[in-house]
Design a protein around this ligand. Structure first.
Ligand SMILES: N[C@@H](CCC(=O)N[C@@H](CS)C(=O)NCC(=O)O)C(=O)O
Length: 222
């Protein structure tokens, strides 16, 4: 049976395509385009929260990318993409840290960046002032702390994966999306190790196949 990936453009769903390609599992992509940044109404027919990604595997509909990554590796991994013993805690930590801590900051930054444009023209400068202050005081300082944490961690496994070892693990499939955003779409300066990491992923044949399958994706070049 073929797995279906419900894929919103420029979304976390890209990480699932990369994983499926690494696992060499057949799958099909149903692509949706955002409407004013949000998922279109059709996405709610797939899952009540209308958030991407969602996969359908036989009778199962699974949302939440961390759950999807764990499910796919457990069911179809056949021992592949598992952390080495010394990296298992890092794999656990970064698998949860991505959506628990890092992504909310990046999402709030996005919300505060686009919010002023939604206000009537006359009050837009005030809205922009408030939102910029919130970004500076509440988000960017925390993002800088997160960047430093990631940088220190990558130094532990230079040129490698979040859990060490010779293959990506769940942590990498989850971390690639914020790493792509960090490397290209925030104003926080990032160290070279971030770009090296993202390039290492983007150079993988499986990632390239995933890009072809998913269609245009703002955070990676085909
Ligand atoms: N924690 C969830 C987050 C899902 C999520 O927010 N996805 C975004 C795309 S990256 C989305 O669907 N946004 C559209 C919307 O909120 O309408 C996960 O990891 O799957």
């Amino acid at each position: 049976m073929t797995i279906t990936v419900h894929y919103l453009n420029n979304s976390r769903a890209q990480r699932i395509l990369w994983l499926l390609e690494e696992l060499e599992i057949p799958y099909e992509v149903v692509r949706y385009e955002r409407v004013n940044v949000l998922a279109p109404p059709e996405f709610f027919k797939v899952h009540p929260l209308g958030k991407s990604p969602v996969i359908v595997d036989g009778d199962l509909t699974i949302a939440e990318s961390g759950a999807i990554v764990e499910y796919l590796i457990a069911k179809y991994g056949a021992g592949k993409l598992q952390p080495i013993e010394s990296g298992s805690l890092d794999n656990l930590y970064f698998s949860h840290y991505t959506e628990g801590t890092l992504m909310p900051l990046l999402v709030w930054r996005l919300i505060l960046t686009i919010t002023p444009g939604r206000f009537p023209f006359i009050v837009r400068p005030i809205a922009r002032g408030i939102c910029n202050t919130l970004v500076t005081r509440m988000i960017d300082n925390r993002l800088a702390q997160n960047r430093d944490l990631i940088e220190d961690h990558l130094k532990k496994y230079p040129g490698g994966w979040f859990a060490g070892g010779s293959e990506p693990t769940a942590a990498d499939f989850l971390m690639i999306f914020p790493m792509e955003i960090f490397a290209s779409h925030t104003h926080i300066p990032v160290p070279e190790s971030f770009e090296v990491y993202v390039k290492m992923v983007h150079d993988r044949p499986a990632y390239k196949r995933a890009l072809e399958k998913g269609g245009s994706y703002a955070y990676a070049k085909p």
